[in-house]
Design a protein around this ligand. Structure first.
Ligand SMILES: [Zn+2]
Length: 332
């Protein structure tokens, strides 16, 4: 943790300022171990492994279980790939690289730090990236060399931050929260007036076969399975998905079979991932099966999140015919 991060932090319990305890273990400027104390409620929060641990009192047990599933995933699939840049820009559109330059950016749910690293490369002034689970260890390893990045362990519903963001975003995370709308409101609440909020979530529309056939198996079986076992069992499934994407969906999408391809389930998405290595497709399959919580949101549900007077310039957009991008300016 870099000492200047303290300027942006707030107690997740009482929103009070946090002060760094003078007793610290450092590596140069980086604080590897130490303590942050709240000037309001006097709670003390540890800094361990370079990451401030700013969890609220009474954090939701289900949210922690979800975060631990993904933490397990990112500790095993910890690499950052060049393909992530295009994927990120597709998810966050209409925001573009220039929109990050010189900005204070907050990421709600950073996983292994894949988006955090990209945003840093776009010239953000500071990137404050929060995750609830052990993914923060991976995100920290992946971004420690980036001077503007700060990895924080915290809960999106009680973000341990002041209202400091020029831009707050969350990609692929809110639909895994016990109440996605609560997460969205909390994230938007950290955007300063005139700043922007952007999210990407699973759609119900276009994912009906997942909702009907995969969801029951995920809820009753795979999310309860030992993760090591699921890791191995999801490998042949990943080969099947990769084979379909690379051998059927992509060739059809490029030829006269496009009309047929468009009638197949998840056509745009499977064509989109056809260029990914099989290991990345394994991540995607594992990701779908590991979590006890996944909401597939209808357009009107996402639109309802943005139907507040504080939001203007609202845009809700369909992506890959299976997900929703939402974007707005935050006022007042
Ligand atoms: Zn406090």
């Amino acid at each position: 943790m870099k000492p200047r991060l303290t300027d942006y932090l707030a107690c997740p319990d009482c929103a009070g300022d946090l002060r760094l305890d003078p007793s610290q273990e450092r590596d140069g400027e980086e604080i590897l171990r130490g303590t942050l104390a709240c000037v309001g409620c006097a709670r003390r929060y540890p800094i361990e492994g370079g990451v401030p641990r700013l969890l609220p009192t009474g954090v939701d047990a289900l949210a922690v279980e979800v975060a631990e599933g993904f933490g397990w995933e990112w500790n095993r699939f910890d690499e950052l790939r060049p393909q992530y840049r295009k994927q990120f820009l597709d998810w966050i559109s209409p925001i573009s690289p220039g929109d990050f330059a010189g900005k204070i950016v907050v990421e709600g749910g950073c996983g292994k730090g894949r988006h955090t690293a990209i945003v840093a490369s776009f010239g953000a002034q500071e990137v404050l990236s929060v995750d609830l689970g052990s993914a923060v260890e991976v995100a920290y390893r992946n971004t420690r060399h980036l001077p503007q990045v700060h990895i924080i362990q915290g809960d999106i519903t009680h973000l341990p931050l002041k209202r400091c963001a020029d831009l707050a975003f969350s990609i692929g995370v809110l639909h895994h929260m016990p109440d996605p709308r609560v997460g969205f409101r909390a994230l938007a609440g950290k955007v300063r007036p005139g700043g922007r909020v952007a999210v990407w979530v699973y759609g119900h529309e276009g994912n009906e076969w997942i909702v009907d056939f995969v969801n029951p198996v995920r809820k009753r079986v795979t999310s309860r399975m030992p993760r090591g076992l699921l890791f191995h069992l999801s490998w042949p499934l990943a080969l099947l998905v990769a084979g379909s994407a690379k051998g059927v969906y992509r060739p059809l999408s490029r030829g006269p079979g496009r009309a047929l391809q468009q009638r197949l389930p998840s056509a745009d998405f499977l064509s989109y991932i056809a260029d990914f290595p099989v290991r990345e497709i394994h991540t995607i399959v594992f990701d779908q099966l590991v979590t006890p919580v996944a909401f597939y949101l209808r357009q009107e549900e996402v639109a309802a999140w943005f139907a507040e007077p504080r939001f203007t310039e609202v845009a809700i957009m369909w992506h890959n015919r299976n997900s929703w991008r939402g974007h707005a300016t935050v006022n007042g």
